[in-house]
Design a protein around this ligand. Structure first.
Ligand code: UGA
Length: 434
């Protein structure tokens, strides 16, 4: 099939590349000329495991191409994906100016039937707005479909190629048929394509992310209780997660959820609820708990040093909001840095992928190390903020000899508490005995 993807951000680039991988002819459109030149020249613009290989192969085979021209990009396409940013406004509402702007332009360019797909996370009612924006300039037949993306950064290629489910919001039979054919190669294992109306599809995305964020905040509160009651959150997590109704996944307490999706989407759903006079109380609590949790590790550090951390030097492992990404949007590590530096501490950080982005954002507010061990040299303690695999089984002798004191504050529960104590460390983690 001939496909166009408008927007070459994270979702757009993964979608375009993965659709090319199964033989479709994909043209990606972006207004950023520098980015388009880079991509067309074979240089990938995001870090995502497994994506580069697919990107290079499909570019070489000329199934994947990039342009700044919307007209050229969509001319021959049967399906046009919109993968555009929806930045949150002050009040948490999603700003639709990019999506509606492109929809207006598409309306001016359309000459035949096409399916226009909202791939971005957009508030309920957006498909109708996109339809209206196109229809202002184009009077022929077309369909607007809500087809939210559920991919996770770090495993995005796998999530796209083998999705748990595909949600398609449209009542148009013509669009349903086209999309069933498009997605057939991705659901060969029998995972469902769920057809529904546009509004339900749009809400499904927000509800999914908000539910997952709720699970995390719930477990962060259970972890707080564990610390106060002398229980072990690892045990409680396994104890409840073995119940299939609860499920094992997404029950890991830590330093709060981050990233470009959960914080934005939970806030946007609360805002949408308010707009229709509904107070979504659980989600307001989910946000509050998350803010509190981001400061929890900082409080533990302050407590250890009896309130004053001025002049202390901390080694920080991990900056990305989660492993296998260089994404630092809403990363809890950044709030931890802010709080520690404000209190007069000095930080040397190491992250396998995210240091460049943090340098661009905060400059020389902290120092950066070339390796996880260099990071420790002369530090008073080690703080862990992201659970990269390479931090999981480190050389403890190197940690011991580099640190001034054997003190570790672990926001991701990487190590066994008893084993750390046996090695002689003072070890603080989340929701487990000290
Ligand atoms: C999330 C969803 O998982 C995807 O399904 C969705 O498509 C995506 O948002 C989106 O809307 O685009 P993502 O933000 O990439 O994906 O990251 P997750 O793996 O979901 O992690 C989000 C945050 O939750 C991270 O900060 C992570 O550290 C935290 N987390 C996750 C926990 O604190 N505990 C857990 O048990 C799981």
């Amino acid at each position: 099939m001939k496909i166009s993807v408008v927007g070459t951000g994270y979702v757009g680039l993964v979608t375009g590349t993965c659709l090319a991988e199964t033989g479709n002819q994909v043209t990606c459109v972006d207004i950023d000329e520098r980015k388009v030149n880079m991509l067309q020249g074979g240089r990938i613009t995001i870090y995502e495991p497994g994506l580069e290989k697919l990107f290079e192969r499909n570019l070489k085979e000329e199934r994947l191409q990039f342009t700044t021209s919307l007209a050229d990009g969509i001319r021959d396409a049967e399906i046009v994906f919109l993968a555009l940013p929806t930045p949150p406004g002050e009040d948490g509402s999603a700003d639709l100016k990019y999506i509606l702007g492109v929809a207006e332009d598409i309306g001016k360019l359309l000459q035949d039937y096409k399916v226009i797909i909202d791939k971005s996370t957009v508030p309920v009612g957006t498909a109708e707005k996109v339809h209206a924006a196109i229809a202002r300039n184009y009077k022929g037949e077309f369909d607007v479909v809500s087809n939210p993306e559920f991919l996770r950064e770090g495993v995005a290629v796998d999530d796209f190629m083998k999705p748990d489910r595909i949600v398609i919001g449209t009542t148009s039979e013509r669009a349903q048929k086209l999309l069933t054919d498009l997605y057939a190669p991705y659901v060969r294992q029998g995972n469902p394509i769920l057809f529904m109306d546009e509004r339900s599809a749009e809400l499904t995305k927000y509800a999914a992310n908000s539910f997952l964020a709720t699970k995390i905040s719930f477990m962060n509160e259970v972890a707080q209780l564990c610390e106060r009651l002398g229980a072990d959150v690892d045990m409680v997590r396994k104890g409840i997660g073995s119940d299939e109704r609860i499920g094992k996944r997404f029950l890991f307490p830590g330093i709060g959820y981050g990233g470009s999706c959960f914080p934005k989407d939970v806030k946007a759903l609360v805002h949408s609820a308010n707009e229709v006079d509904y107070d979504f109380q659980i989600l307001s609590a989910v946000m509050e708990v998350n803010e509190r949790q981001k400061q929890h590790l900082v409080q533990k550090i302050k407590d250890y040093y009896s309130g004053s951390i001025a002049g202390k030097h901390f080694a920080l492992w991990g900056l990305a909001f989660k492993p296998n990404t260089d994404d630092i949007r809403e990363a809890p590590a950044l709030e931890i840095i802010d709080a520690l530096v404000e209190n007069g501490a000095v930080i040397t950080a190491y992250d396998p992928e995210a240091m460049k982005n943090v340098k661009t954002l905060i400059g020389d507010k902290i120092r950066f190390a070339e390796s996880q061990y260099e990071c420790l040299e002369g530090a008073d303690a080690l703080i862990i903020a992201t659970e990269w695999n390479e931090f999981r089984t480190p050389d403890f002798d190197k940690i011991t000899s580099a640190l001034k004191e054997m003190v570790v504050f672990d926001g991701r529960n990487l190590f066994d508490v008893a084993a750390m104590q046996e090695k002689g460390f003072y070890y603080e983690s989340i929701g487990r005995p000290t």
